[in-house]
Design a protein around this ligand. Structure first.
Ligand SMILES: *[C@@H]1O[C@H](CO)[C@@H](O)[C@H](O)[C@H]1NC(C)=O
Length: 134
């Protein structure tokens, strides 16, 4: 599950708010926890265990964060340009976002969509990083 732990960490720290921490991050975080009835402790615990059958509230928390940042369109699909407005994304990451977005576009549940998409993006970024390091 090491891969998924990494996926989670980056999903939250990087995919959602890469680089400069956005000023309203902790506010959105608190609102999203409350909205999905997650305590900070539960959140930390789930983040540590991070598994594919993770609690749906956690997936919805991730959806809530991306939505809070304005990264999703009205259908709940990711809009890469919106992320790029807020942070720098390397060209290859843009391609990976696009590929993973296309792969998971048919996922109807919006929370599931954000979760599988983030997992896909991070798995691919990690895989390519490992390949570069040999
Ligand atoms: C949201 O984005 C998806 C994927 O790019 C697109 O197919 C869909 O038409 C968009 N929906 C709206 C309401 O803009």
């Amino acid at each position: 599950m090491q891969l998924l732990k990494g996926a989670l960490f980056i999903a939250i720290c990087a995919v959602l708010a890469t680089g400069e921490p956005l000023p309203d991050r902790s506010m959105i975080h608190a609102e999203c926890l409350e909205k999905h009835e997650l305590t900070e402790n539960e959140f930390q615990e789930m983040a540590e265990k991070m598994s594919l059958d993770i609690d749906n509230r956690f997936k919805c928390y991730m959806h809530c964060m991306m939505s809070g940042y304005g990264h999703l369109n009205e259908s709940g699909k990711i809009v890469i340009e919106k992320i790029q407005e807020q942070q720098y994304l390397p060209e290859r990451h843009v391609e990976i976002f696009t590929e993973c977005g296309e792969q998971h576009e048919a996922v109807e549940d919006q929370c599931e969509y954000v979760f599988t998409l983030s997992t896909c993006v991070m798995a691919q970024i990690r895989k390519e990083a490992e390949e570069r390091m040999g």
